[in-house]
Design a protein around this ligand. Structure first.
Ligand SMILES: NC(=O)c1ccc[n+]([C@@H]2O[C@H](COP(=O)([O-])OP(=O)(O)OC[C@H]3O[C@@H](n4cnc5c(N)ncnc54)[C@H](OP(=O)(O)O)[C@@H]3O)[C@@H](O)[C@H]2O)c1
Length: 384
């Protein structure tokens, strides 16, 4: 029988990351400030959680302050609305100088928008007890007080506790939604997936392969490309740091491309886009190459018209109703050994800014990126 934990001691002080200044391009560690402060206390209806894992995702960069002009990516430059004076209404999701660093969007946006997994150390909320593992925290800090409305209790006997940030997390969900709901893929078609070794791309590559498509990934470096082919099952992978993408596509897919699942936009986009077949589809998932402000993309409108191409953007937040189906589907495939979902762990809360920078440039080793802030006590003998 499992021991019932009634109390876990939390230290009186803990550390939290704050945004310290506007950032030039790729964020640097000095753009953030790690501050020691009093550990927060939960009020009635709240829980105090020891952070174990933080999810690192490129989509947080457009929410951070830019030292120069904010690139116009995914509508993040503003809410798209203007007030009576004609000024843009600030995007409430943005993280400003002096604010606590977040790993995701704000909880009110979605019941599944958390960015951390941790363990309850003190509970003043019904249904939660010290020792429970939970998903739903947001902040880059060692301890966090949470309202339990958007918190999910985890069962380590069912899935590893980090799975809600990896295998059945939001990035994986994005790949599932983007592929299942927007690609309209048919066996025998060809699909190109950029950032194929990443958190979203990993799922798209494997689902497309399972459906009988010819899959070409794009990733940086021989190790990631090997992973995309050998572990994820892609037919080929273009190393964007070593090959000309257009020439490689002419060699690998001389008949052209039916679907481009675009995770990065930027300079990678046009060489793939211009090889779309008539009636080809561009699925715009993300613009990771543009978040640092150093690249941009220009689409050839004349070609879109002449080839009757479809361009479809999507936002995973529109698909909350799909979440339970996705979770069950992906968890089953993984338990049956039919799905690979790798993650790379950066150790210690100090490493979070570097993990974000590596995620944005692709300097990581592939897979979903996590920061382990404190020991994962859900696993036997897990070294920190
Ligand atoms: N539409 C939605 O609702 C939604 C939701 C979540 C995420 N997203 C988007 O989905 C995309 C993938 O997210 P993820 O979490 O899976 O990220 P990720 O792939 O783990 O990380 C981003 C990757 O982009 C690639 N990249 C970076 N700079 C690049 C450049 N200049 N040119 C080409 N490739 C570059 C790198 O991969 P390589 O070095 O291997 O090429 C990097 O690892 C992101 O754009 C994200 O914002 C969209």
């Amino acid at each position: 029988m499992q021991d019932i934990i009634t109390h876990i001691e939390a230290p009186s002080r803990h550390r939290a990351w704050f945004v310290d200044r506007p950032m030039r391009g790729v964020p640097e560690p000095d753009d953030f400030r790690l501050t020691e402060e009093e550990t927060p206390e939960p009020a009635e209806g709240q829980i105090l959680v020891r952070t174990i894992y933080i999810s690192i995702a490129p989509g947080v960069r457009p929410l951070l302050p830019y030292a120069s002009d904010r690139p116009d990516v995914a509508g993040n430059s503003s809410t798209g609305r203007k007030d009576a004076s004609g000024d843009h209404v600030p995007n409430p999701m943005q993280i400003r100088v002096g604010e606590r660093m977040r790993s995701g969007i704000v909880p009110a946006m979605s019941a599944y928008s958390g960015g951390t997994v941790g363990q309850v150390v003190e509970s003043r909320a019904q249904g939660f007890a010290p020792g429970d593992y939970v998903f739903g925290g947001l902040l880059w800090q060692e301890y966090e007080v949470l309202d339990t409305r958007a918190v999910l209790k985890l069962d380590p006997a069912d899935l590893p506790i980090e799975a809600d940030l990896t295998l059945v997390g939001r990035s994986s969900f994005t790949g599932w939604v983007g592929y299942r709901r927007y690609c309209d893929a048919k066996p025998g078609e060809t699909i190109v997936v950029s950032a194929a070794a990443g958190a979203v791309g990993m799922l798209v590559v494997q689902m497309a392969k399972a459906d009988g498509l010819r899959v070409v990934g794009i990733a940086s470096g021989p190790d990631k490309c090997r992973f995309v082919i050998e572990s994820l099952g892609a037919d080929a992978c273009i190393d964007r740091t070593a090959e000309d993408i257009g020439e490689a596509l002419d060699r690998l897919l001389p008949e052209g491309v039916d679907i481009y699942f675009d995770n990065v936009a930027g300079r990678t986009q046009l060489p793939v886009f211009s090889r779309l077949k008539p009636f080809g589809r561009l699925i715009v998932c993300g613009m990771a190459a543009e978040y640092n402000g150093s690249e941009s993309s220009t689409l050839p409108t004349g070609m879109i018209l002449a080839k009757r191409l479809s361009i479809r953007g999507f936002v995973v937040l529109d698909h909350e109703d799909d979440f339970e189906t996705f979770r069950a589907d992906v968890a089953r495939l993984w338990k049956d050994g039919k799905l690979v979902y790798e993650h790379q762990i950066y150790r210690g809360i100090e490493s979070a800014p570097q993990a974000l920078a590596d995620c944005l440039t692709g300097a990581n080793g592939g897979g979903k990126i996590l920061v382990r802030v404190s020991p994962d006590t859900s696993k036997d003998c897990m070294p920190f």
